[in-house]
Design a protein around this ligand. Sequence first.
Ligand code: SF4
Length: 378
Amino acid sequence: MSPSDGESREDQERTREARPLLLRWYDRTRRDLPWRRRRDPYGIWVSEIMLQQTTVKTVLRYYDRFLDRFPTVGDLARADLAMVLKFWEGLGYYQRVRNLHRAAKIVARGSDSPLWPQSVEEWQSLPGIGRSTAGAIHSISTDRWAPILDANVRRVTGRFFGIPSGSKGEMRRLWEASDAWGADNPRPGDTNQALMELGAVLCLPADPSCGQCPVFSCCATKGCGKESKPAPPETTAGTLPKKVAYPLRRRVALVPASGALLFEPRGEGRLLEGLLEVAGFPSEGLSPGETVNEGGLFGWRVVREIFFVRHVYSHFREQVQVLEVVPPEGKGEAARACERSVTEVWASLSAAEDLALTGVARKIVRRLRTEGFRDIPG
Ligand code: SF4
């Protein structure tokens, strides 16, 4: 459905008046962020993917390091996924980087002349790139117009144009309204960046700073839009629901008393796919004297519990009992050698620092080191 003539004209009148105010404010106050110093599609693309569901403060710790290691899309395409994951470790939402790596291979085509997408539709055809991300990369790297609607811009757009949250056809209206910023726009990329900046620093979710807003005079809600966000769901008793408790998963991790640590990759399709975890398996816990009856250290015997580690991921919590284990009687290094498989990795504690580990595995390695566990030879 296309916008009514009246809505479309009104949207464009509003943006025409507001755009110079918005851009002047952006030029004067914008944060100096490393990706704002570049206009190349690769640098913009990496920043847009990193910034999905992640704060600017966190991305700042990763962005330059990632681009120093993979300076071009060809470098990224040629790199092993394990190495790419290593430079993403800690940013979370690892499906993003797996898609980025897959898409880099498509763009790089195995040659030194990457074939860059030329339109929003071509960007959207790559793995992991939705309409808003495609619009952001395209508009910033080419300075040609494309609307965006990430979480911040969606909020700004709803308030600025007075589109009630939860209303029928809301998404369609939001995209139409966002597109209105593009009419006769001399600075399309900067306009989108200014809208993102406005949502990030002034038009905040709970408490918009309308008094400092550059487009206050043209805004349809002037802050009253904050009431238009959906009310939190009520329980049947009419009280606010309790804080959601993420499911708790219990696991044991096995640390050989002698020899290197064994790391296993998380399988395909699983959360944190490709990252390494300390060998073990889901379990309520094992006691000293019990024998390991599954996984890469099958048949090994538990000597003692070393400590517990807890970690909160985005959708679940994990509690891991870390156990010291020894090989079955009469089997020493040979037992360890025959457990090897192509996907498992043996490493000393210090060598493990260079591997792409899950959050829990990283905690276990660091804790073993700080507790004086010796650096076991690989
Ligand atoms: S006036 Fe307030 S609600 Fe409107 S865009 Fe500015 S900060 Fe957001």
